[in-house]
Ligand binder design. Sequence first.
Ligand SMILES: *Cc1c(COP(=O)(O)O)cnc(C)c1O
Length: 395
Amino acid sequence: MHHISTRAVHVVNDPTPPGSRPLSAPLSVPLVQSSAFAFDSADALAEAMAGPDGQYVYSRRGNPTVRALEQTLAGLEGGAGALAFASGMGAVSGVLLALLCPGDRVLAQRCLYGGTYAVLSDLAARYGIEVTYVDGDDPAEIEAAAEGTLPELLVLETIANPTGHVPDLPSLLSAARRLGITSVVDNSLASPVLCRPLELGADVVVHSTTKYLSGHSDVLGGAAVFADDGLRRRIWPRTVELGACADPFAAWLTLRGIQTLPLRMRETCANAAVLAERFAAHPEVTAVHYPWLRSHPSYDTARKVLAGGGGLLSIELAGGREAGRAFIEGVRVARLALSLGGVESLVAHPASTSHRELDARALAAAGIAPGLVRLSVGIEDVEDLWADFDSALRS
Ligand SMILES: *Cc1c(COP(=O)(O)O)cnc(C)c1O
């Protein structure tokens, strides 16, 4: 198999039905912006409706551009198949709703993306799903939590936001596999360039492709990639019912972003590592959370599980809540926006934005201080970024 940079550039591009291959073909993936597909015969249309992999019928069920994205993502993650969604939350909700029944148990990592935490809380309140939170450092914790009713799912994230916690995926995923618990890993923050959880034993990887995979802050999207294609085919009808399908143009933009993902990821990781070191030495900064820093509690695990530290880092400011607010309003190169993973650097204040679903105790349990500022490091020149952050810290 080729290296990931080669696989990213040569995205899946095969929109032609077998037997009709032309002598020349478009180099970029054609955008098939069509909601429905026409047939000559009733039998052919009926046959096409049988499953996810036949002829295209209606774009909520499948579309050539969307399928190119799904196959590209499966190739990048080392999966057997993938489903694309309208957003990362579409993928998270789609997978959870398809796999869970009322009364099931879920084990989930304590510091979860706010949206995923909200879905699990909602499922717990309205569908009687029991959610048990685990730290995600020790497989014995999974075994202990699995006593009694066997949990249906284990939900983890490769890199937690904004603590930078990296769970020990190899040992946790093999414990889940041993116990017969289906594992779902949100790999949005690492991207398949830094980690491929399916290769470490995960059953399902979910992505907000809005983030690093697309990389240009111009499209929303999500995906689920499956180790076993049977699971993809089992979930597909549920996702057709849910209707959170990817739009062809969104899939097309995402495919274009993916071609430069390895380059962007390399630059982002290099910038973030430099900035993390400099913040750590700055008098206004009391803590830096970045898994590639030796002082981070996940450092050893991160070195084992990730190919780089990623682009997300958090700092805690000596001046607390007010200093955090002044910092995010004081930057000039970076922008104040509630996303991450794009080419431009962004700053945010989680306590008042992405994690506001968490009450004060849950916030403290998730390791989020009031003066904590989150930075999504982009691919600008690192000296311009540092000058900007240094001046915002002084202000
Ligand atoms: C952003 C994000 C999501 C949600 O994705 P959307 O595309 O915004 O719906 C899910 N998980 C993680 C880790 C994210 O960062």
